[in-house]
Design a protein around this ligand. Structure first.
Ligand code: SF4
Length: 450
């Protein structure tokens, strides 16, 4: 009997050639780059003819080494024509570009992400479920269905109570295409929710002048709005953390209304009194936040705003504190965390006059918690009877219950939704849930008809 044979034609993987010059450290760099490229679906080529792109890892330690590097670049250009330069001589990009205007990209030493990004741009891997390895991340501390996505490191601000800039340095943003590639892999590997984190998400890309990069046939700027939109297009939930209320934050609210990004903003306001914010040296402290919250809610009525506040900052008077309580009454934030001010070794705030006595801090902390718990409880009660999308985090096969989160709840820091009669679900499922009850933080419900 004849049996019909079906064959799948696999697109061939792009081939990368590598010329590695210099010391053992440069060799380790080359190996790292090649390992990453292999994981991304590239093949290696041992000759110029066969390679789709050639990487030259240069050495610039001595003049003779520089000359050797320049010769190697020249040879690769003559033999292949599509050349990316990396390594120590990448610090002298101008010299290289002047002599070889045709090089595709020049990156510096240890810039693995930049060089891998340049290869992806020069010779993209054709999409194929048979070829593209989707490696799980080596070590993931979060469950498989949600993943943290770090978009930058460091911070350009100098808040008086914070020592992060002195430890991590100024803002260094990742390339948008590298972030998107990582996010895409995570989604392909089963991630249903991407949690965007950094020290200051709204400032993303400022250090690299929002430089655009190629992505899926178009361009994406290194800018929070563009990145949020493209992340949303990957199909997972996208949650933005540590957003400061700069004016351009207004541009992400329509993305939330469209459903591309979760209607959730984690904005660490820390205080409301203009005098205290100024003493704290907080970014965007002049933003007219109450008016903007109203405008955001008009565009996206379901937006949930989480924030944190510090009470007892040096110089905070009863009047400042009362200003904060009144502000919270107006702002009606969905989730609030509060902290009593504590001096951190090395922080500028330690030198400020008028420390607030411990017992006053305690009393203000209790008052702010009481206020915010009441607001949160009322907001929770208003959800009873509604049907909400819920992502499942855990299932208890024994009692048939499941625990998940609505779009208004980030893992670990916000509330949970407890489902009855849901033992057949699995973590990562996104289901509609009818809310039947609520307490101050959590919701309780069931699948429709259960
Ligand atoms: S608290 Fe201020 S200085 Fe510290 S990381 Fe955040 S924005 Fe930067």
């Amino acid at each position: 009997m004849w049996r019909a044979l079906m064959t799948t034609t696999l697109p061939s993987a792009p081939k990368v050639g590598m010329v590695s010059l210099g010391c053992p450290k440069a060799l380790v760099d080359s190996e790292r780059i090649l390992t990453k490229l292999r994981a991304d679906g590239y093949e290696m080529s041992g000759n110029y003819d066969d390679a789709d792109v050639v990487l030259v890892n240069t050495c610039g330690f001595l003049d003779s080494a520089k000359e050797e590097s320049l010769e190697a670049i020249g040879e690769a250009i003559a033999e292949n024509g599509r050349v990316i330069v990396t390594g120590c001589m990448g610090n002298e990009a101008e010299v290289i570009r002047q002599r070889f205007p045709g090089v595709l990209a020049v990156t510096g030493p240890h810039q693995y992400e930049a060089v891998v990004g340049a290869v992806h741009e020069a010779a993209p891997v054709p999409p194929s479920p048979f070829l593209n390895l989707v490696p799980e991340r080596d070590l993931k501390l979060t469950p498989r269905h949600y993943s943290y996505l770090k978009i930058s490191e460091g911070c350009n601000h100098r808040c008086a109570f914070c020592i992060i800039p002195s430890i991590r340095g100024d803002l260094v943003s990742r390339r948008p295409d590298a972030i998107l590639r990582e996010a895409e892999k995570l989604v392909q590997a089963g991630t249903k929710e991407l949690l965007v984190i950094s020290q200051d998400t709204s400032a993303y890309g400022v250090d690299i002048r929002h430089q655009p990069r190629a992505w899926k046939g178009g361009e994406v700027r290194a800018h929070m709005t563009d990145l949020a939109r493209e992340l949303g297009r990957l199909g997972a939930w996208v949650r933005l953390h540590y957003v400061y209320p700069y004016p351009h934050v207004d541009q992400v609210i329509p993305l939330m209304a469209e459903g591309l990004v979760l209607p959730y903003l984690d904005i660490p306001f820390q205080h409301a009194s203009p005098k205290v914010l100024k003493a704290m040296k907080r970014p965007a402290n002049e933003a007219k936040v109450l008016e903007r919250l109203k405008a955001w809610r008009a565009i996206c009525p379901d937006i949930a705003v989480r924030s944190s506040f510090v009470v007892g900052f040096p110089g905070e008077t009863e009047e400042d504190f009362q200003y904060l309580l009144d502000w919270l009454d107006e702002a009606q934030l969905d989730r609030v965390g509060a902290f009593r001010f504590e001096p951190v070794e090395g922080a500028a705030a330690n030198a400020l006059p008028d420390p607030v006595p411990e017992e006053v801090k305690e009393e203000r902390y209790a008052r702010v918690m009481e206020k915010t718990a009441a607001i949160s409880a009322a907001k929770q009660r208003a959800k009873i009877g509604r049907t909400l999308d819920v992502i499942i985090d855990a299932v208890d096969a024994e009692d048939g219950g499941a625990t998940g989160r609505s779009k208004a709840d980030a893992p670990e820091i916000d509330g949970e939704v407890h489902l009855r009669d849901a033992g057949h679900l699995k973590p990562g499922d996104i289901v509609s849930v009818v809310i039947e009850d609520a307490d101050d933080h959590d919701l309780f419900g069931a699948l429709p008809g259960a």
